[in-house]
Design a protein around this ligand. Structure first.
Ligand code: UTP
Length: 311
């Protein structure tokens, strides 16, 4: 038993426009784009569920209804699969259903920024610590990203964010932490936070990635609606206000992180997670090898004929 209030709720901000993925995201929400056969949102849901989360709070927006429908009961599909004896597919449908009464939805009318999206969850979160999961970030690890944060929280309490080292030239893409001591430690104390600093101004190269444990006091700061970098209401700015008042740590998580909101990160995640899937591993390897050997982009060759099993 932990001495701190348990983390029972997770907030999933999914109201962003996904502009880096246009035209794919003109109609289909970014969160529904599949990585290794499963929509991004389902990867995030499964990670949260495995970590013991009981309430799943989605901050949705216009044209995002498909996301909640994905987790709904699908009677026609289930009947058809059952009648055809497709039990493996039936299992996949059942696995992607959410337990009734565990999905909570609220809407962000305008995508004013991540801080604003999280603020929209204030009534659903109430007066308890909670997790925030950015669906774009996939963490490939044995114990999921948010599970690792919860494990650390049980030791430290307070607020914890997932951090990783990035090349200094890339600091302007991330929230960067300032830490006086323990630069190399797994768990670092956070003394300051800056959103997207230029490399020369970055206090470190430790960047925040999309997993957070936050205390409900964050809402007091979010409701000031102050705009920060990029004219958006930034979560980082309100988190910075909690420093010194409550414990605040960064956890160097174990595992590989993929930014699936970018085209290359999305591609890499698809390759990595598909290679990790025993059902298709061998064929994925064969496909990759074939394309590298043939180098079709340069020479216009199609390479030697090859056979993959038709699963
Ligand atoms: P991003 O900035 O990575 O996502 O926000 P985006 O805005 O959808 O994508 P691009 O940059 O235009 O391609 C991180 C997360 O916060 C959510 C997004 O849906 C994403 O999951 N978000 C962002 C909101 O829910 N509301 C916002 O106002 C902004």
């Amino acid at each position: 038993m932990t001495k701190y209030k348990p983390i029972r709720k997770a907030v999933f901000p999914v109201a962003g426009l996904g502009t880096r993925f246009i035209p794919a995201t003109k109609v289909v929400p970014k969160e529904m784009i599949p990585i290794a056969g499963k929509p991004l949102i389902q990867h995030a849901y499964e990670e949260a569920k495995a970590a013991g989360i009981e309430e799943f709070i989605f901050i949705t927006g216009r044209s995002k209804e498909m996301i909640e429908e994905h987790f709904d009961h699908q009677p026609e599909l289930m009947q058809t699969l059952e009648a055809r004896g497709k039990t493996d597919m039936l299992k996949k449908v059942v696995d992607s259903q959410m337990e009734e009464g565990s999905l909570f939805l609220t809407r962000q009318a305008k995508p004013l920024g991540l801080g604003h999206a999280v603020w929209c969850a204030r009534k659903l979160v109430g007066d308890e610590p909670f997790a925030v999961i950015l669906v774009d970030d996939i963490i490939q690890s044995k114990r999921g990203g948010i599970g690792q944060l919860i494990d650390a929280y049980e030791e430290t309490g307070g607020n914890i964010v997932a951090v990783m080292d990035v090349p200094r030239k890339e600091t302007s893409k991330y929230g960067i932490i300032d830490t006086k001591g323990g630069q190399e430690d797994k768990l670092v104390q956070i003394d300051g936070l800056v959103e997207k600093p230029r490399p020369e101004n970055a206090p470190s190269t430790l960047s925040i990635i999309g997993r957070y444990i936050l205390q409900p006091e964050i809402f007091q700061y979010l409701e000031a609606f102050e705009t920060g970098t990029g004219g958006e209401i930034q979560l980082t700015d309100s988190m910075a206000r909690l420093i010194g008042k409550q414990p605040f740590h960064g956890l160097r998580f174990e595992g590989q992180r993929y930014d699936c909101g970018s085209r290359l990160g999305f591609l890499e995640a698809n390759i990595a997670l598909s290679l990790d899937d025993p059902e298709i591993h061998d064929d994925v390897e064969k496909i990759l090898k074939h394309h590298i050997d043939a180098d079709t982009s340069k020479s216009n060759k199609t390479g030697k004929p090859y056979v993959i099993s038709n699963k």
